[in-house]
Write a protein that binds this ligand. Structure first.
Ligand SMILES: Cc1ncc(COP(=O)(O)O)c(C=O)c1O
Length: 414
């Protein structure tokens, strides 16, 4: 019996894989782009059909009127985030939602922004442009907290920096490189008076959140990773109810109270809920598949998803160390499940070539510079056998030195 077999035999979520269209091979890139599920395809088709048959009436008629789609998505997303639908706006892109948070909540009382040194680039670009737009400078007002020598962030150090500066901090729930899961409650609660906005792109849909119970101020994230909404899917933004009366920094007519939007008034009448942080016409074809995909996530339940995810990352860490350690493959992802998100990151000086060699053999991980190889099992459609196959394939490549045959590539998306 293979090491993965008993784990697959006991897997309560195994049946969900049939709800997805899986390309051949082993797909471990669901933290970059989740796979298409049949429900997402059906809800996208429904939206196209409404366009074909109802035209403009699609906004208000049909099975899922477009006008209410963002709210319907918020209803399905809220249980994954541990909040009420009224706390969530689904729409825009992740980057635009961060701009919205910065434009709405930073203000003169918070001249500084604290970010971590492991940030995803778009977060820093957005923060720096917001500083420039508001008369600040990145040199003076941006505080970057570096990771420790083991590449992980130290929450205590983040708290100290946040405490020292009147700021809005922008931090990751799960670090996209290392897979480290931060203690959001601890960091948010440690410093009164500051606000922390969490980029939850790498946790939503795979790690359960308790935003309301944990007193989380602000959060935002992608719809196309573990939420499986499809390439460029609508993103989301969460605002704690105690902050919700702020007028949006970036206002637009799709932030209006729905009943008043078509008065076409000069005055902005914001929605009472987080819908006020919407801006323009929703991207219906980027919202529709998300609706179907969220139904599947809801059926599986986020706690069961997390339990399987923790077991899969545990398996990858243990089996990976056992089979790959002798080839100089290291691990940067924390062993403690409470500090681990949904993916495992191995390190090797030839990580870029190893990623390409794996893809050539039908295993899809991804590479992040300078030396990281990310394996992201998606509990809804990845089996333990596939996790094992990925490690076995990597072991074969390393023992045959097959990656040395590859020419150096210019592209970093490997
Ligand atoms: C942590 C994180 N934030 C933001 C983004 C991207 O934002 P957007 O959807 O606006 O491109 C990504 C994309 O991979 C991400 O990993």
């Amino acid at each position: 019996m293979t090491p993965a077999a008993p784990l697959d035999a006991a897997d309560e979520l195994a049946g969900f894989a049939a709800a997805f269209s899986k390309p051949p091979g082993v797909y471990l890139d669901g933290n970059s782009l989740g796979l298409l599920c049949h429900a997402a395809e059906a809800s996208l088709r429904e939206a196209v059909e409404a366009w074909r048959t109802l035209a403009i009436r699609g906004w208000t008629e049909g099975a899922e009127p477009w006008f209410g789609m963002a709210r319907a998505a918020a209803v399905r997303l809220a249980p994954l985030l541990g909040c009420e639908p009224a706390d969530v706006m689904v729409g825009n892109s992740t980057t635009v939602n961060l701009h919205q948070i910065l434009a709405t909540f930073r203000g003169p009382e918070r001249p500084f922004v604290v970010i971590d040194g492991t940030h995803f680039p778009t977060d820093r670009y957005a923060v720096e442009s917001n500083l420039r737009l508001t008369g600040g400078t990145p040199d003076e007002h941006l505080i970057v907290v570096p990771p420790e020598p083991d590449r992980l962030l130290d929450e205590e150090r983040l708290v100290l920096e946040v405490a020292e500066h009147p700021c809005l901090a922008v931090l990751p729930s799960v670090v996209y490189t290392t897979g480290q899961l931060l203690d959001m409650k601890l960091v948010t609660g440690a410093v009164g008076g500051t606000l922390v906005a969490w980029d939850c792109s790498h946790s939503a849909g795979v790690v359960p959140h308790r935003f309301r119970d944990d007193g989380i101020d602000l959060a935002f994230g992608c719809g196309y990773k573990y939420l499986n909404g499809g390439p460029g899917a609508a993103a989301w933004l969460y605002v704690h109810p105690r902050l919700r009366d702020r007028l949006p920094g970036l206002a637009g007519w799709f932030g209006s109270a729905p009943a008043r939007q078509f008065e076409m008034a000069a005055a902005f009448h914001p929605a009472a809920d987080a819908g006020r942080f919407g801006i323009g016409t929703p991207h219906v074809f980027s919202l529709a598949p998300l609706l179907g995909a969220l139904r599947v996530l809801g059926d599986a339940g986020i706690d069961r998803i997390r339990a399987k995810s923790v077991a899969q990352t545990r398996f990858l860490l243990d089996y990976g160390r056992e089979r790959l350690g002798r080839f100089g493959v290291g691990v940067v992802t924390p062993d403690d499940p409470a500090r681990r998100g949904g993916h495992v990151t191995f390190t090797h000086p030839d990580a870029a070539k190893l990623s390409r060699a794996l893809r050539a053999r039908g295993v899809v991980p991804d590479f992040r510079p300078p030396d990281m190889l990310r394996f992201a099992p998606a509990p809804l459609y990845t089996s333990f056998a596939e996790c094992q196959a990925a490690v076995d394939t990597l072991e074969t490549i390393l023992s045959d030195n097959a990656h040395h045959e590859l020419a150096d590539a210019d592209d970093l998306v490997t």
